[in-house]
Design a protein around this ligand. Structure first.
Ligand code: CTP
Length: 421
């Protein structure tokens, strides 16, 4: 008896209805449709994942257009890749692609693709656990298609490639293998580990474009426990291919652990991966960091946050660690220009209790203090609008941070005094 995966229970109602309709359309028009990849893996593991990839043995764009005649959704086509994204009125997205074979013109190249069977499409994938599919055709709806023993490896907890050239074709899979292994507490299967070693000795990671290395590194840093992944990656093939100055010493490991704690406690919306990236790139100088940002195509905003951290972290830590009393406004002045990620990066770098306490004071209390006074109040007391407004409001805020102004009346009185002096 074929295993049936009870999609109805696992998918939101509107998504299930679309998936059902794809199955009906497939049956009526004489082609096969499947859900593939990470979603299937995570469904079997009982892990939440709503990243739906649909593969059909027919032109994906044609099918998506046909489907749109029956259901209301927004369609985004990516003609170059022959794929499309279906965006439901609820905002839910799913990708739809034609099943294909891949051909790598040279090792580590981006592959050329051509339409092919579902078997070829699954065989081109990275690991057996990611080469599982769910049939959507009416009659077989919800049944598992397991052509390469992915289920067995899921049960055994093994990350196993589908063929021996896998890491030569695509060395990013070395990083992916480590990521899945550490995420699910699996083991990289012995032969697969030997293939990783072979690819390392053949210098495959160095042949990868810097941009692809950056993308994979960021995915690692977005994992629940990036340190585990990096330690494992370091053991399997070193980290030189990221940058020769990056080392995983004891200091950085302790920093990562502290960062993990602070990121999980933070209620700010932040790029947690960037905190780890800041720690990892501590040994690099400003020019090297700029180079890495360019290589990895990081956004301007990420680059600015990284550069500010590089330039100012050690000075800030020195001052915050000092024994001398530090006024609230000075703590604010030191920390406020850092990004949220930068402030967490500082906390992760320090072992000083005083520094930690001061940063906590900044995050929990000082950032919440605002002046009651506003620009329009200054206008009301007859002050000419201009850059002076900002200076006055800043000074008022600093006095307030130090507890010297209790209410708006006192703020106004102080502002008047400042404008007169
Ligand atoms: N894939 C692959 N080789 C790669 C990247 C992706 O074979 N270098 C295939 C795998 O079958 C994978 C699917 O494409 O399952 C989707 O890729 P991606 O979204 O990157 O991976 P997920 O498996 O969904 O992993 P995650 O949970 O981290 O999103």
């Amino acid at each position: 008896m074929m295993k049936n995966l009870q999609l109805k229970k696992r998918l939101p109602k509107d998504v299930f209805s679309v998936v059902r309709k794809i199955g009906t359309l497939a049956e009526e028009s004489g082609f096969f449709a499947y859900i593939v990849g990470g979603f299937v893996r995570d469904l079997l593991l009982g892990v939440k994942n709503l990243d739906l990839d649909i593969v059909i043995e027919r032109d994906a764009l044609d099918v998506a257009r046909l489907l749109r005649k029956k259901i209301d959704f927004q369609l985004k086509t990516h003609k170059r890749f022959g794929t499309a994204t279906i965006i439901l009125p609820s905002g839910f997205k799913m990708d739809i692609a034609t099943s294909r074979r891949e051909h790598y013109a040279y090792p580590a190249a981006l592959p050329a693709v051509c339409p092919s069977s579902i078997r070829d499409d699954l065989f081109r994938r990275d690991f057996t656990i990611n080469a599982l599919a769910i049939k959507l055709n009416q009659g077989n709806f919800g049944q598992l298609l397991d052509l390469f023993d992915g289920c067995r490896d899921l049960k055994k907890g093994l990350v196993r490639v589908l063929h021996d050239k896998s890491f030569i074709d695509d060395p990013t899979r070395i990083l992916r293998a480590v990521r899945f292994e550490q995420r699910y507490d699996f083991t990289i299967e012995e032969h697969t580990k030997k293939l990783i070693d072979g690819a390392r000795r053949a210098g495959m990671l160095k042949q990868l474009s810097r941009f692809r290395i950056g993308d994979e590194l960021i995915l690692i840093l977005k994992e629940e426990d990036p340190l585990r992944c990096l330690l494992r990656l370091n053991k399997l093939c070193g980290l030189d291919f990221i940058h020769p100055s990056i080392k995983l010493g004891r200091g950085i490991s302790a920093g990562f652990k502290r960062a993990k704690k602070y990121i999980s406690l933070s209620d700010e919306a932040l790029d947690g991966w960037l905190v780890y990236f800041m720690l990892l790139t501590c040994p690099l100088d400003a020019k090297q960091i700029r180079g890495l940002c360019r290589d990895f195509s990081l956004t301007k905003s990420c680059q600015q946050r990284l550069e500010y951290f590089k330039k100012n972290a050690s000075g800030a830590l020195k001052e915050l660690k000092g024994k001398a009393a530090l006024s609230n406004h000075r703590i604010y002045e030191v920390l406020q220009p850092f990004s949220c990620e930068g402030v967490l990066g500082l906390t992760a770098l320090t072992e000083s209790r005083t520094t930690e306490k001061r940063i906590r004071l900044f995050l929990k209390k000082l950032t919440r203090i605002k002046t009651a006074l506003q620009g329009k109040d200054l206008e009301r007391i007859g002050l000419e609008p201009g850059p002076k407004y900002r200076q006055i409001l800043k000074k008022v805020l600093y006095e307030k941070l130090d507890g010297k102004l209790k209410n708006k009346r006192e703020e106004l009185k102080y502002a008047k005094w400042l404008s007169a002096s």
